[in-house]
Write a protein that binds this ligand. Structure first.
Ligand SMILES: [Zn+2]
Ligand SMILES: [Zn+2]
Length: 163
């Protein structure tokens, strides 16, 4: 059996535990088609690296979509007010306008300030080639929980136990 993408032969492990992405709506590749993909194509097509934690995660975890957080790695121009480096929540799309001449600016009103960059964020900023990027859901949770008061933290731990 060969990879449906690159046509290289699949390893036994790739056949027995197929690489499937489930974004909650669709599965890729659709199990009904019988398609299977090798680890390499899977990483290339469906996975990306979170700059903040350096983990390779499913691309759906790295979607800079409405409600998700993004890292703004450096002070950047915005429409209206300029934005300072930090984590922002995406309120609406699009939140960025790229100029054909290179460079671009953020729509200030499409982004909500969450907090300044923590140490991991500063490291990510150092590694990044662009001035902003998505972060994975794990990082998002860590950043949000860093904002909670002690009481709220206890509450969310209790909720976790109930589930
Ligand atoms: Zn392949
Ligand atoms: Zn991460």
């Amino acid at each position: 059996m060969n990879c449906s993408y690159c046509n290289d032969p699949l390893t036994e492990e790739e056949i027995e535990t197929p690489n499937i992405v489930d974004d909650g709506y669709h599965k890729y590749p659709d199990p009904e088609t019988g398609e299977k993909i090798c680890d390499e194509c899977y990483d290339d097509s469906f996975r990306g690296t979170c700059l903040r934690c350096c983990e390779v995660v499913d691309s759906v975890d790295l979607d800079a979509d409405v409600g998700r957080l993004i890292g703004l790695w450096e002070d950047s121009p915005g429409s209206g007010e300029d934005l300072s480096a930090g984590y922002y929540r995406v309120l609406e799309m699009p939140f960025y306008c790229s100029s054909m001449l290179g460079g671009g600016w953020f729509y200030t009103r499409s982004l909500e300030w969450v907090r300044d960059l923590d140490d991991d964020g500063k490291t990510a900023a150092h590694e990044s080639y662009s001035n902003a990027g998505p972060i994975c859901k794990d990082c998002e949770e860590k950043i949000l929980s860093s904002l909670m008061s002690v009481d709220e933290k206890e509450e969310s731990v209790l909720k976790g136990v109930e589930q």
